[in-house]
Design a protein around this ligand. Structure first.
Ligand code: G3P
Length: 218
């Protein structure tokens, strides 16, 4: 499973990249706005930090404008993946960009039918939002499982990216369900390290070693 960071914050990306386990980055207009830097400038900096797919989302809503915006974003860096919303105009943009060889991430996916349309339009990545599905009392992981089955049935190459991840269990369950990618906030990636038995075990190893060699006369 590929791990992506769902953030546009450069400090978080530098910390994550230093661990050597970050395969890519997803951003959205909300995350870019939080950093207060225009998207072109911010994603260029992100591409210098993480060597992997970096999703940059369009903010226009007509297919014509989305295509133009997508072409501009794709020119910023070879690793840019153009993110388009799963609306009718977005699917038109996805098909057109795909025909031009521009990779797309179709976002705001909340149903298997929507995911099927994105695959048919040639999406490189589909982003089902599991946390937001859970928020309305449905089951986000069922959505991942449905998409995995449907894509397998027809041999679609579109990668399934579990988005809107809220905690470590989402990561584990999405991996079990067969999602190709999990994108998560930095906080969740950091939480994946934690286990009380790791801390307890390391503490014991170090104490035992110190005790044994402290007894040996110099
Ligand atoms: O980038 C899309 C997605 O991961 C957003 O997550 O937590 O705002 O639902 P969230």
């Amino acid at each position: 499973m590929k791990f992506f960071l769902d953030t546009a914050n450069l400090d978080e990306l530098k910390k994550g990249a230093a661990w050597g386990i970050v395969d890519g980055v997803t951003t959205n207009p909300t995350l870019i706005a939080k950093e207060g830097v225009p998207i072109e400038e911010q994603v260029r900096k992100i591409c210098d930090i993480v060597d992997g797919d970096v999703s940059a989302e369009v903010v226009s809503t007509t297919s014509k404008e989305m295509i133009e915006e997508g072409r501009r974003l794709a020119k910023i860096h070879k690793n840019i993946v153009v993110k388009v919303p799963l609306i009718r105009e977005g699917i038109v943009a996805c098909s057109t960009l795909a025909r031009e060889g521009i990779r797309t991430n179709v976002t705001l996916c909340f149903s298997a039918a929507q995911a099927l349309m994105a695959a048919k339009a040639g999406a490189y990545i589909i982003s089902p939002f599991i946390g937001r599905v859970d928020d309305i009392g449905w089951n986000g992981m069922d959505l991942i499982r449905e998409i995995v089955t449907i894509y397998k049935n027809y041999g679609y190459n579109t990668q399934i990216l579990a988005a809107s991840i809220r905690g470590p269990l989402h990561v584990i369950d999405a991996a079990k369900a067969g999602a190709h990618i999990g994108t998560m906030p930095f906080k969740v990636l950091d939480q994946l390290f934690n286990h009380p038995l790791t801390d307890k075990g390391l503490d014991q190893f170090l104490k035992d070693y110190k005790k044994a060699f402290e007894l040996v006369p110099a």
